[in-house]
Design a protein around this ligand. Structure first.
Ligand SMILES: [Zn+2]
Ligand SMILES: [Zn+2]
Length: 435
């Protein structure tokens, strides 16, 4: 369609140009006017053509076109028509047409290229929007799944507790019911005996055969308090504590692996505290041990699934922590980076937080970190760090480790001005008592 329209437009333009050229053509020399002059009949001719014509014509002189008489006189060039002639002459010259053709072709090509560029950017925009929608939908499904799991835990807790309450209530009712029935039976027997005795009083013949009367023990009072205490508890907190154990992933109960500890690291008896000391601990030698850098690993390793753990760093001005591949070189001084098998967060000079990328990435944080959460998703190869007090995301490595990794810690060598600070593994969510 477009091609047909363009051809039609081109034909129309060409015919307009042709008729204009005809209008500006001298009827004597059949060429475009040169110094066009107008006769009284309004016809135009070249000045030289009409002058020559007049010189050779008999009087009265008539217009070569319409044969109307006119008086030869001083012909005045019509500059307006002359200018039009010049324009037509220029626009019909071969050079002009060639140049115009080139200009048109180049401009057309440029427009095509631009259109292709913009079309490809439209495709990219559409792809991007589809990706955003797809990722958003996936994430929504995941968030819903997580909350569904939480709701199920809560629902199960509620069902379990209500079932227990129902059972205890049933037991109490059953006990009371038994006592009631025994008492009623005893009353009926007594009534029957009373009747027998009353009859015997009238006849006074013999002592009646009385029914053996069942002993009914005095019923204990229903102890409302004992019954209610379990349920008038801080139910939300108790449930939250129970729920906490069902979280997937909940904080992993890590312990330090003493066999990996650099000789300057002292590990507490419960293996939950590590501290850098000036005194070298005489550890037994072990191939797993870090000998150059003041590092230590957890005893637990991960290579599939999702895992989360929390570490308290206190007020230490300098530390590194994160995850390390099992294969890291423990006998050399190594720069901590994903390339060398470490995905870490680090503190330097008391207030500079960095992600251990190559080169390091500076993190801007509002307040100093006391407790750090580390989230390892082995399947999606992500390692994320959180401020464990606010649970705000600090940094994520998106190309995390492959294969087996260990939680990694380095208390670093303490400055003589600072007293050594502990790194403590946390098994329960920290409670911010300060505010
Ligand atoms: Zn002429
Ligand atoms: Zn005429």
């Amino acid at each position: 369609m477009a091609a047909v329209a363009a051809a039609a437009a081109a034909a129309a333009a060409s015919s307009t140009r042709r008729s204009l050229k005809e209008d500006l053509t001298c009827a004597i020399c059949c060429d475009l006017f040169r110094e066009p002059v107008m006769l009284s009949c309004m016809h135009h001719f070249c000045k030289s053509c009409i002058s020559r014509y007049c010189r050779g014509a008999r009087t009265p002189v008539t217009c070569p076109q319409c044969r109307r008489e006119f008086s030869p006189m001083q012909f005045q060039t019509n500059y307006l028509v002359a200018a039009m002639v010049e324009k037509v002459r220029a626009s019909t010259s071969d050079a002009y047409v060639k140049k115009l053709e080139n200009q048109l072709r180049e401009t057309l090509e440029r427009q095509h290229v631009r259109k292709e560029d913009i079309s490809s950017s439209i495709r990219k925009d559409k792809d991007k929007m589809n990706t955003i929608k797809r990722v958003g939908t996936d994430l929504q499904a995941r968030v819903k799944g997580e909350f569904r799991a939480l709701h199920r835990i809560l629902q199960d807790e509620e069902t379990c507790l209500l079932e227990q309450l129902r059972r205890e209530q049933e037991e109490e009712l059953q006990k009371a019911q038994c006592h009631l029935e025994a008492s009623e039976l005893a009353v009926r027997e007594l009534e029957s005996n009373i009747q027998l005795l009353q009859q015997a009083q009238v006849t006074l013949t013999e002592f009646p055969q009385l029914r053996p009367c069942a002993q009914v023990e005095a019923a204990s009072d229903f102890n409302t308090n004992a019954f209610s205490n379990k349920y008038l508890a801080p139910l939300q907190y108790i449930t939250w504590r129970r729920m906490f154990k069902s979280l997937k992933p909940g904080p992993s109960p890590l312990t330090f692996d003493v066999d990996t500890a650099h000789p300057s690291i002292y590990v507490s008896r419960d293996k939950m505290i590590a501290v850098e000391c000036e005194v070298i601990t005489p550890h037994k030698s072990h191939s797993k041990r870090f000998l150059q850098c003041v590092n230590i690993l957890a005893a637990q390793s991960f290579q599939s699934g999702r895992h989360y753990w929390e570490v308290e760093v206190g007020c230490s001005p300098k530390w590194d922590l994160g995850v390390a591949s099992e294969a890291v070189n423990r006998h050399a001084r190594i720069k901590l980076s994903p390339e060398s098998g470490y995905w870490t967060l680090r503190l330097r000079n008391g207030n500079e937080y960095w992600a251990g990328t190559q080169p390091w990435t500076r993190l801007q944080l509002g307040s100093p970190l006391q407790r750090i959460g580390v989230y390892l998703d082995c399947d999606e190869r992500r390692v994320s760090f959180y401020d464990a007090d606010e649970m705000s995301l600090l940094y994520t490595f998106c190309s995390g480790p492959r294969g087996k990794v260990f939680p990694f810690f380095s208390p670093c060598i303490s400055d003589s001005r600072h007293k050594p600070q502990l790194i403590r593994l946390l098994h329960y969510p920290p409670v911010a008592l300060s505010n």
